[in-house]
Design a protein around this ligand. Structure first.
Ligand SMILES: *Cc1c(COP(=O)(O)O)cnc(C)c1O
Length: 459
């Protein structure tokens, strides 16, 4: 764990004046000065991949989080800048050929969308199984998979300050952006929650809800302070902004009003949890990032952290040890370690399940109990969140010991089950039940759920 070298592009700057949010997408790749450190060929490769996978990066990330002495290996560089190996060779070659031979946008987009379709853009049956229906109408922007927790995707929150190369959530939907629409959406959400008294948690997610101006966020949050919604005890907000734009809490025009809004929701009796997405300790090292954490915590919110385990970025117990220790020191609560999902550039980022377990275990062994609140490594699959508890040998058979941390059917939770050990498996679909059993205990019930949902929707 070598100390960081000074950044050759620009020293960290920190003052409380509003700073322009400057963002680059695939069309502005040539405008990023730092990329002149790469060869022409490398820049072209980047453009090829950026036509298929999400690419968006802002000035703060470029200037403060990437160690430009260490590219292309720098973890944050890999986190936001597309790399050739993120596409299958054939897909890469075909896209490269098209870009070399034409400027025709429609041809390029058509190729891009064909490649994307192959990358499982909607994993874990999210669209089909999780969206609730009322009077035969889907409730847009709502997913309800686990009894206690409703997910809400506000239409203006479906973008992020920068994109992570491993993300495919941007494929979900692009919404309307006006305030009237938000009010309507907020009303529908409130009606849905009011009818579901078993729900205790609302998880506002995206994209990144914190890209919203405070005015917009207030429409959603304030509508939750309603006597009908006393059963909603926790409001979680999923965000990467503490890494990608800490200015949101420090120096944006509406930073102060955002913090006041959060305080108001807490005073109204709700628990507000910021579910902060961190992939690497580097993201917490800038003075701005620390100031953002300090100011957020002063409102009374609890910041919990989560991240997938990613090859090329954090596939190393030392990275997690340092990250979790740093989080605890800053008053953050480590919550989830995820297994990289079966979508997008998974081939580039995935690690075998056995490796994920080893990284988790090696890291957990060396942090204090206060960092052992983190659960994982966990796969977010159709039936639920499945944790790899370990590798064991039972009656001569080497097995993975698994359990649901969360499941579509609460009965499945905390019941250990076993899969035949497979050193190459990276996802549930690769696992076979141990001891010669035909299927996992939940499989039949899950398939019935899928069939019923399908039947309900096609009538
Ligand atoms: C992880 C997750 C939640 C939250 O589950 P908790 O166990 O309450 O953290 C809710 N909905 C979906 C779809 C999830 O993947």
């Amino acid at each position: 764990m070598a100390p960081l070298k000074p950044n050759p592009i620009k020293a960290t700057r920190f003052d409380a004046k509003p700073e322009a949010f400057q963002v680059y997408t695939e069309r502005q790749l040539d405008k990023i000065d730092a990329l002149t450190l790469l060869t022409e060929a490398q820049r072209f490769e980047m453009r090829v991949v950026a036509h298929v996978l999400p690419f968006r990066v802002n000035r703060y990330v470029i200037d403060n989080l990437i160690d430009w002495h260490n590219i292309p290996d720098d973890p944050i560089f890999r986190l936001v800048f597309p790399q050739r190996e993120m596409l299958a060779k054939d897909d890469f070659d075909q896209m490269a050929a098209i870009l070399r031979s034409t400027d025709d946008r429609s041809l390029i987009l058509d190729k891009a969308s064909r490649i994307r379709k192959k990358l499982n853009p909607h994993p874990a049956e999210q669209q089909t199984l999780n969206v609730p229906y009322e009077n035969d109408e889907p409730i847009d922007g709502v997913q309800h998979k686990y009894h206690e927790t409703v997910l809400f995707f506000p239409s203006q929150g479906q973008v992020c300050h920068s994109f992570c190369t491993f993300c495919f959530r941007w494929a979900q939907f692009i919404g309307d952006k006006n305030l009237r629409f938000s009010c309507k959406e907020a009303d529908r959400l409130r009606e849905y929650l009011a009818r579901h008294k078993n729900v205790s948690d609302l998880l506002i997610t995206g994209g990144d809800p914190m890209v919203m101006k405070t005015d917009h966020l207030a429409v959603y949050l304030e509508s939750l302070i309603h006597p009908e919604l006393n059963h909603i005890q926790t409001i979680r907000i999923g965000t990467k902004s503490l890494s990608f734009w800490p200015q949101r809490y420090v120096s944006d025009e509406d930073s102060d009003s955002l913090l006041e809004l959060l305080e108001k929701i807490i005073k109204a009796g709700k628990h507000v949890a910021i579910m902060a997405h961190y992939n690497h300790w580097r993201e917490m090292t800038t003075p701005l990032a620390r100031e953002a954490i300090r100011r957020l915590r002063a409102t009374g919110v609890v910041i919990r952290t989560q991240s997938p385990l990613l090859n090329h970025i954090n596939n190393d117990p030392d990275v997690w040890i340092r990250m979790w220790r740093e989080q605890v020191r800053l008053g953050l609560v480590p919550y989830y370690m995820f297994v990289e999902r079966d979508t997008g550039a998974r081939r580039y980022f995935e690690v075998p399940l056995v490796r994920a377990w080893e990284v988790y275990r090696r890291a957990i062994q060396r942090v204090s109990g206060l960092a052992r609140t983190v659960r994982g490594p966990s796969m977010s699959t159709g039936p639920g969140k499945i944790e790899i508890q370990g590798v064991s040998e039972i009656q001569g058979e080497k097995v993975f010991v698994l359990r649901f941390i969360q499941a579509r059917n609460p009965e499945w939770v905390q019941r250990p089950f076993y899969a035949r050990f497979d050193p190459d498996a990276t996802w549930l679909e690769h696992l076979k039940p141990a001891f010669g059993e035909k299927q996992f205990f939940f499989q039949e019930a899950y398939e019935t759920m899928c069939r019923n949902k399908f039947a309900a929707e096609t009538h």
